[in-house]
Design a protein around this ligand. Sequence first.
Ligand code: F6R
Length: 237
Amino acid sequence: MKWIEAASYEEMSEIAADIFKENLKQNPEIVLGLATGGTAEGFYKELVEAYKAKEISFENARSFNLDEYVGINPENKASYHYYMDQQLFNHVDMKRENIHVPKGDTADLQAAATQYDVMIKAAGGIDIQLLGIGVNGHIGFNEPGTPFTLETNVIELAQSTREANKIYFDSIDDVPTHAITMGIQTIMNAKKVVLLISGASKQEAINRLRSGEVTEDFPASALNSHQDVTVIYTGVK
Ligand code: F6R
């Protein structure tokens, strides 16, 4: 695991965006694994700026997002689909048919989950995966206790995750109880992983990740067994 300390949130976002830009330039048909959340917003801003400056193009790129809430449709402002449209997709030249966000509003969620892995594999696998981390160590929405062998699946959100994400909803009661997420195995299959960590609320998570222990009680610890992970952190010791 490679660790990079950034002097600020902006620098963390720039370093991460530079890695993605370089990979995109080298492989215009790249398969991107994308994350949502507050931590990633600066990263998307950098990518959009680079696109507008004609430094990069997403014309032939494909993308798969990590997760989506169950019971929320893509037009809902709290949906991860909506977030991605606002942060990236509405501003760049990625083709709509090449964009994939798990379907949280479908009747057969399990079938949608299984199909998601089939589509990722058919695309040749994820070349580079962006991740954030939850206060409890979740990656994607894989909460503590998730078997590392799972691929995309439907999970129950931890109370701490619902609390952390209630700022995007009118009240805690409106935060969905379930989500569809790439599994740890799906994430581990990515060829390269970039993990962003920002802010004091993530101190305990970063300490635990640094300890090097590998346990299903701390989902991000699976990354200790991945061969190409870069952690870019700021605002935490
Ligand atoms: C988002 C995701 C989550 C977030 C994590 C951190 O697609 O899968 O694991 O990356 O909850 O969220 P923020 O950045 O809002 O603290």
